[in-house]
Design a protein around this ligand. Structure first.
Ligand code: ZN
Length: 298
């Protein structure tokens, strides 16, 4: 798991198995792969399967088959978040001992009455009876700024805009923000290329990295692929799964969506050859400063 000193870049693609890859998630995987390989980096795959009620049976295996069919081969074994509970629990325990997280019994209604912002510890914050969430007590000094690889300067004051956020959900499931930060550190990730739908989570993840003493990563947020009506292509709105039987065409379309123009003679080549062209010609500067970008097919 230790990257060689010659290749300090480690990227990753981290899908949730809520359905097979659609055009938008394939394009994200391609961008993350090309950015890593262009910088002679390693590229890992992590299955973010920590929310069973949202998952679709068989989707994790299908996603891996789709990646392989498109020549998107990863380094190391796939890391499954469903097998990482002990690591998440350990971090929560450490934060509880430091008194940085606290139990929260607040109902949805109570949170709504406060405009969704949880700014202070609950009145009975020592109470661990009954179902409760664990929240991170965010300090007033929580203004986080970072330079996004594609979107430029970003800034968010976490206490004022998000408040104390949940690390363990009331239903007992680990929160995405906790799992992602613990695993990025565990896998020694250095660069994260992902969709702009996660841009709003990034400051929280950097804040959590600081609290835990982890190193800060570099982030690049791509536009999110939308349909002609401007709706995000997502597994939830049943966006069409990419067809494993036409990988070169899918990759071709994804490269164009990423503002690359492969030569005509590669239109009917193998996925591996087309990707190799993409690795050589990858250009971060070409990615538009957009949150949303229409998808060519879906
Ligand atoms: Zn509360």
């Amino acid at each position: 798991m230790v990257p060689s000193p010659a290749t300090p870049y480690t990227g990753r693609f981290a899908p949730s198995p809520t359905g097979p890859l659609h055009f938008g998630s394939l394009a994200t995987a391609v961008a993350s792969y090309l950015d890593a390989r262009h910088h002679e980096g390693r590229w890992l795959v992590r299955m973010e399967d920590i929310d069973p009620p949202r998952e679709m049976s068989g989707a994790a295996d299908r996603i891996l088959q789709q990646l392989e069919a498109h020549g998107l081969y990863w380094d190391d074994a796939v890391l499954y978040q469903s097998q990482r509970s002990e690591a998440y629990q350990e971090v929560l325990q450490q934060l509880l001992e430091q008194d940085i997280v606290y139990p929260c019994h607040c109902s949805r209604q109570q949170l709504k009455e406060r405009g969704g912002l949880h700014l202070h510890r609950c009145t009975h914050d020592g109470d661990t009876d009954g179902p409760h969430a664990l929240r991170l007590g965010v300090t007033e000094q929580s203004e986080i700024g970072f330079e996004d690889i594609f979107q430029g300067k970003q800034q968010q004051h976490i206490k004022q805009t998000v408040g104390d956020f949940v690390l363990l959900r009331k239903d007992g499931l680990f929160a995405y923000q906790l799992a992602v930060v613990v695993d990025d550190a565990f896998q020694q990730i250095s660069h994260i290329i992902r969709g702009s739908d996660l841009l709003n989570s990034t400051a929280r993840q950097i804040y959590l990295q600081q609290v835990l003493g982890f190193s800060q990563l570099l982030y690049g947020h791509l536009p999110v692929a939308v349909d002609l009506q401007g709706h995000k292509l997502s597994k939830q709105n049943l966006a069409k799964a990419v067809d494993e039987h036409s990988p070169t065409l899918n990759l071709w379309t994804a490269l164009q969506w990423l503002k690359l123009t492969p030569p005509e003679e590669l239109r009917h080549t193998t996925p591996e050859q087309l990707l190799a062209w993409g690795v050589n010609h990858w250009q971060r500067e070409a990615i538009p400063h957009l949150m949303l970008q229409p998808a060519p097919i879906f």
